[in-house]
Design a protein around this ligand. Structure first.
Ligand code: AMP
Length: 210
């Protein structure tokens, strides 16, 4: 199954992608995690992406389409994957179509902006493996330590309140039009993000029929 998760930053795409990945045994492909890894390793790609990421803007379509194309060609992606954070523009969605990829479902996780702003301050992401946590809704067993790999679970620089507002604006301008793009194909499904992670996961599984 090939899935796309749509939703504003902080809506819970990463967390739900992890749950679907565990259930279906297909990889979560997060362009944000791949870009953060490139920035951490100081690669040429990371250096190109860093300024845009720090300011909450989008990295250029060319760069992101390139890394996505390489990633879905990896052997672990041959039985399907969950795209988390891609596509984020209509140009990226068109590029995906022209790669000949068949998408089964596009799942939008909808959360009101004010709730996103409230949630973002508590979000933590593992610096080593990218697993997502929240101090209140999905805490690590040991504060600051990733349950999955023992890496450091830290706040992302772009989760600072000033950057969150501009990321929400970018989402409305550049990414929200994808809802209409996929609605036309009849593939768009929407779930309302719940207060508790497990409740959202239940809705996500029911909606996908998995
Ligand atoms: P995320 O972890 O998905 O919130 O992504 C973090 C940041 O990486 C975003 O704010 C963008 O700067 C960049 N990014 C991730 N995915 C994309 C994408 N598909 N297109 C452009 N920029 C992206």
């Amino acid at each position: 199954m090939n899935l796309i998760l749509l939703g504003a930053p902080g809506a819970g795409k990463g967390t739900q992608a992890e749950a679907i990945s565990a259930k279906l045994g297909i990889p979560q492909i997060s362009t944000g995690n791949m870009l953060r890894e490139a920035v951490k390793n100081g690669t040429e790609l990371g250096m190109k992406a860093k300024a845009a990421m720090d300011s909450g803007a989008l990295v250029s379509d060319d760069i992101v389409i390139g890394i996505l194309k390489d990633r879905i060609a990896e052997p672990d992606a041959k039985n399907g994957y969950i795209l988390d954070g891609f596509p984020r523009t209509v140009t990226q969605a068109e590029a995906l179509d022209s790669m000949g990829v068949t998408i089964d479902h596009v799942l939008e996780i909808h959360v009101e902006d004010q709730r996103i702003i409230d949630r973002m301050s508590g979000r933590r992401v593992c610096v080593a493996c990218g697993a997502s946590y929240h101090v209140q809704y999905k805490p690590t067993k040991v504060e600051g330590v990733c349950d999955a790999c023992g890496g450091e679970a830290a706040q992302r620089a772009d989760d600072a309140p000033e950057t969150v507002l501009s990321r929400l604006q970018v989402y409305q301008e550049k990414t929200a039009p994808l809802k209409a793009y996929y609605e036309k194909t009849g593939k768009l499904l929407t779930v309302e993000g719940q207060e508790e992670v497990a409740d959202t996961t239940k809705l996500v599984f029911e909606t996908l029929g998995i």
